[in-house]
Design a protein around this ligand. Sequence first.
Ligand code: NAD
Length: 278
Amino acid sequence: MSGGWLEGYSALITGGGSGIGRAVAERFVAEGASVTVIGRDKKRLDEVAAASPAPDRFHTVAADVRDSDALHAAVAATVERFGKLDTLVANAGVWDYQRQLTRLSGRELDSAFDEIFSVNVKGYVLAAEAAWPELVKTRGSIVMTLSNASFYVNGGGPLYTASKHACLGLMKELAYELAPKVRVNGVACGGMNTDLRGPQSLDLNDRSLSASFAKKSPDAPPPPIPLHDSSTDPRDFTGSYVLLAAREQSGPITGQAISVDGGIGVRGFATAAGGDHL
Ligand SMILES: NC(=O)c1ccc[n+]([C@@H]2O[C@H](COP(=O)([O-])OP(=O)(O)OC[C@H]3O[C@@H](n4cnc5c(N)ncnc54)[C@H](O)[C@@H]3O)[C@@H](O)[C@H]2O)c1
């Protein structure tokens, strides 16, 4: 295709085997970019690559985002294959299925904290560390998948909410540290129908958010957000990633999060207290 906003770009996307990461990878390719997708599941990555309409611009690397050496190797493979790196999309993450503090033992908190923070927060810092030297060369940028839970309560339990608030702080700190050559921004997604999993340490890794969406009754009340009938298809959340990656479109923007969440921030209190049942 020609005339896309990311014509000639090279991007590296973590957690791109499913969900919003996959949707961003496919959208970036449609906008003219070459992409390397990192994921944990080699079989799934092979399926995603096989489905790409532009296999010569779609590369996959099986790696865990908690492994710094593997992330460095993925950056090197991207540069070897596509000549440079313009954009890092830090995205791989896990949810806590809204397990509240009062439903977690100290031992569970201990292990789930380490697992959730090591994927959601350390995974982003390590990817940024591996990518920044190449991004400096291209005056490139980092786009982080943030969340409504980067701003508001009850989009997760304490561990997920704290991890996504940490990512917001990380985004701003890196926007300062890497300026003026590298921009760092975020897309704070609201609820999307994806394969989002829970932590292994809470035995929630077999649970997928898509199953909860599938189970939802058509009579269930809509989510308490202004755009309550807006799409939950991750493909409909990709535009902000393209905007923030494209230096021609967002060159003066850094340290910002675009909330793509149906307007949670203008709804006021949905419920006043979360602990009425205690
Ligand atoms: N689905 C939502 O409603 C929602 C809302 C806001 C933010 N988010 C965020 O979106 C991001 C992507 O999640 P998603 O909803 O697309 O779910 P998803 O599970 O479909 O995608 C996440 C991907 O990351 C991969 N991954 C997980 N841990 C990894 C690791 N240690 N190393 C390498 N890859 C790993 C998974 O295999 C998966 O392919 C996450 O950061 C999540 O917090 C999701």
